[in-house]
Design a protein around this ligand. Structure first.
Ligand SMILES: NC(=O)c1ccc[n+]([C@@H]2O[C@H](COP(=O)([O-])OP(=O)(O)OC[C@H]3O[C@@H](n4cnc5c(N)ncnc54)[C@H](OP(=O)(O)O)[C@@H]3O)[C@@H](O)[C@H]2O)c1
Length: 247
């Protein structure tokens, strides 16, 4: 039997990469999935493949829109995955607009989603929240400054949420991936495909589906089991910057 039959899941950042893979995986387990991101066309295309899914066009930086558009849904599973990196410059050469975009999306965006969905979950006394952090939140790397700081904030938020919600029946987890091949680096380097490709050159990097498998595993454990933190490396990656390349 499908393990998530009858469950309603929300995945933000479902228009690409890890979020898309998570949406597919939860749907394959029988969940109805609400697909949220800014690019509606991509979401519609995915929705056409996933039975009983719904599209919500949403910029998670917009607190009011996030509250309004997510209202009225009784989510069982919430994966606030939407996030991005911009640039790899040291702070003294950094771009404040890029910093704002990362902070507003990766920290405040996650908070906006949580503010919208947690009251209902508390009322229903159950639910799963799976944050998508990063190994970048556990160890900084050269030029990672603000992105690393936002993911460290996600990790801290994970710890806080465990206190906020420990007596509510809601399970809280964080999955912290290493290097996953997605459009992430194209976004970081603002469309410089050559520079993005170099990040993954010669590496047996993780696939988005590897992270999605883990999210599905977490939310299909018996109700008493709360897998807390999962750090996922490619076997070629010793740390954020030490990577074996076979070229
Ligand atoms: N790839 C990696 O190596 C890696 C490693 C560790 C952690 N992560 C984390 O994994 C998550 C997903 O990244 P990815 O690798 O899958 O990158 P991706 O393919 O670029 O996907 C990012 C997703 O976030 C959405 N998004 C960005 N800003 C948004 C906003 N303001 N409002 C709503 N949605 C927004 C994008 O959708 P729209 O553009 O359509 O809005 C897209 O669906 C991020 O939190 C990232 O930090 C990635």
């Amino acid at each position: 039997m499908s393990k998530l039959q009858g469950k309603l899941a929300l995945v933000t950042g479902a228009s690409s990469g890890i979020g898309e893979a998570i949406a597919r995986s939860l749907s394959a387990e029988g969940a109805r999935v609400v697909l949220a991101a800014r690019r509606g066309e991509k979401l519609q295309k995915l929705a056409s493949e996933l039975p009983h899914s719904e599209v919500i066009e949403l910029d998670v930086r917009d607190a009011q829109a996030t509250l309004t558009r997510l209202a009225g849904h009784a989510f069982d599973i919430v994966v606030p995955n939407a996030g991005l990196a911009r640039g790899l410059d040291p702070v003294h050469k950094g771009t404040p607009d890029d910093w704002s975009e990362m902070i507003d999306t990766n920290i405040k965006g996650v908070l906006h989603v949580l503010r919208a969905v947690t009251p209902g979950m508390i009322e229903r006394k159950r639910g799963d929240i799976v944050l998508i952090g990063s190994v970048a939140g556990r160890q900084a790397y050269p030029g990672g400054n603000v992105y690393c700081a936002t993911k460290a904030a996600v990790r801290s938020l994970y710890e806080s949420l465990r206190y906020d919600l420990h007596d509510t029946g809601i399970r809280v987890s964080t999955v912290d991936p290493g290097m996953v091949r997605t459009p992430f680096s194209d976004v970081r380097f603002k469309g410089d495909a050559e520079r993005a490709a170099k990040v993954y050159a010669g590496v047996d990097y993780l696939h988005a589906e590897d992270i999605a498998d883990i999210v599905s595993f977490i939310v299909t454990r018996p109700a008493r089991v709360n897998i807390g933190e999962v750090v996922v490396w490619s076997k070629d990656q010793a740390s954020a910057m030490v990577v074996a390349r076979r070229t």
